[in-house]
Design a protein around this ligand. Structure first.
Ligand code: GDP
Ligand code: IMO
Ligand code: MG
Length: 436
């Protein structure tokens, strides 16, 4: 089997965790390739248990999948160990986790700088999750980062930390009026994490190459999303990594030629957490409906998500930039109870119609959505399991999204549970042969 990439096609929280979990029974490896504990992936297992995963790949809830944190992930070891302990307490086996020695660590100065920089940005703030993501990737790019492998050598760990804190402590104290960070205390703390993480550290590239060569199925689970991509998203209101499909190669070492399928997950409407342009954002009754019925509160920070109509300009862009072969449209059930539903088909920017992604940040800020209005539906569709179970207007809505985005919709989500889906085209051949 070639490798499969699963990505968010909007601004995050599309339901990537649920879809990864859905495929868990048929995949051998689930690999995170970018981001860190800024992600929050909610999975509801068939016994009704709800799990909020931040660093652990969602495949941890599948009995046989090996979970991997690739080199592209940034790891806060305290958070990871806390998550492993929490899962273990709930009877989930985390022993099959493999961690790349090349993954970068989130250090205390990253968390401190993330928060204080946001505060200083004031109204220009990004609205980050405050987890230290941007500063950790910043150090990686500046070649002053500390990696998982450095935990295995106390001398090196101290040396690297001393070097980086020589500068960062000056910045914390003199620019931001914060306390300097003590090297010895951090080394001591991180060495306790080292002892526990050591058995999981592996040459994950080689593990994945060998697995693919032996015919295993490898799923690379995206975090964040296309419009939060550092290069392809709404810069600067983005995260500091590449969540798009191409990032999966960089963040794992799996070559592009090994990837045979890209699953794009999108909500039937749009949400965004944090600042930045969002042309279809709603502040009316319909927006309130999406917030309340969709229960749109962040898994990581608990923040209210901004809600709006489905944006097919974004959808089309995500299909092209990621090479999406299959779309999964989640939360269609949330749209039940609306007389009309709207799909954004283009933007008006300073008096001109634009059908593709604005080419400048100012253009994006000025973009006003051009809508196509479709009839809604009132039926409860949470029990629908085939397309025929859906009202005709809901089917028409999906068909229109499919046409506008330019990729087939393979699965439609109608509830948070693993079983609450309509499969139009099986995502994996094995799943088609044995739907569980
Ligand atoms: P992720 O970050 O992409 O994994 O998404 P989140 O877990 O942050 O947010 C998606 C939320 O929607 C979670 O609470 C899921 O349980 C829930 N969810 C996923 N798919 C569906 C669906 O089809 N219908 C409903 N009602 N909820 C869903
Ligand atoms: P999942 O994987 C939604 C947003 C933050 C902020 C911006 C930068 O659950 O879809 P960061 O802390 O990464 O520097 O914040 O990105 N953001 C997310 N929004 N879902 C996520 O992850 C996100 N991860 C980061 O809100 O606007
Ligand atoms: Mg999320």
């Amino acid at each position: 089997m070639p490798a499969i990439v699963l990505i968010g096609a909007q601004w995050g929280d599309e339901g990537k965790g649920k879809v990864t979990d859905l495929l868990g029974a048929w995949v051998d490896y689930v690999v995170r390739y970018s981001g860190g504990n800024n992600a929050g992936h909610t999975v509801v297992t068939p016994d009704g248990q709800k799990y909020a995963l931040h660093l652990m790949p969602s495949g941890v809830l599948s009995p046989n999948a090996v979970t991997v944190l690739g080199n592209g992930v940034v790891i806060d070891p305290k958070v990871l160990l806390g998550e492993m302990d929490g899962l273990t307490e709930r009877g989930v086996d985390v022993s099959r986790l493999l961690i790349s020695g090349d993954a970068h660590l989130i250090m205390p100065h990253h968390r401190a700088l993330d928060r204080v920089v946001e505060r200083y940005l004031g109204p220009a703030r990004i609205g980050t999750t405050g987890r230290g993501i941007g500063p950790a990737y910043g150090d990686k790019v500046a070649r002053t980062g500390i990696r998982v492998q450095d935990l295995l050598d106390p001398g090196i760990l101290r040396q690297k930390l001393e070097l980086v804190l020589r500068e960062k402590n000056q910045i914390l104290a003199k620019v931001y009026n914060r306390k300097a960070i003590d090297v010895a205390a951090v080394v001591e703390e991180y060495l306790t994490y080292a002892a526990r993480l050591r058995p999981h550290i592996a040459d994950t590239r080689a593990v994945l190459w060998d697995a693919l060569a032996a015919g295993a199925t490898v799923l690379m689970e995206g975090a964040q999303a296309t419009m939060l991509d550092l290069d392809h998203g709404t810069y600067p209101f983005v995260t500091s990594s590449n969540p798009t499909a191409a990032g999966a190669c960089v963040g794992t070492g799996i070559p592009p030629t090994a990837i045979g399928q890209v699953i794009g997950v999108a909500k039937a409407y749009t949400t965004r957490v944090g600042a930045g342009p969002f042309p279809t954002e709603l502040s009316d009754q319909a927006g309130m409906h999406l917030l309340k019925v969709g229960d749109e509160y962040g898994t990581t920070t608990g923040r209210e998500r901004r809600c709006g109509w489905f944006d097919a300009v974004v959808g089309r862009y995500a299909v092209r930039v990621n090479g999406i072969t299959d779309l999964v449209i989640t939360k269609l059930d949330v749209l039940s109870g609306l007389d009309q539903v709207q799909i954004c088909v283009g933007y008006e920017i300073d008096g001109e119609r634009v059908d593709s992604m604005p080419t400048t940040q100012t253009g994006f800020h000025h973009a006003k959505p051009i809508y196509e209005e479709l009839d809604g539906w009132w039926e409860d569709i949470t029990k629908a399991r085939t397309e025929e179970d859906l009202p005709a207007t809901a089917r028409r809505y999906l068909e229109r999204i499919e046409q506008l985005c330019g990729a087939r919709i393979s699965v439609v989500g109608v509830g948070p549970g693993r079983e609450a889906n309509i499969t139009r085209h099986p995502l994996l051949p094995a799943a088609a042969a044995d739907p569980g």
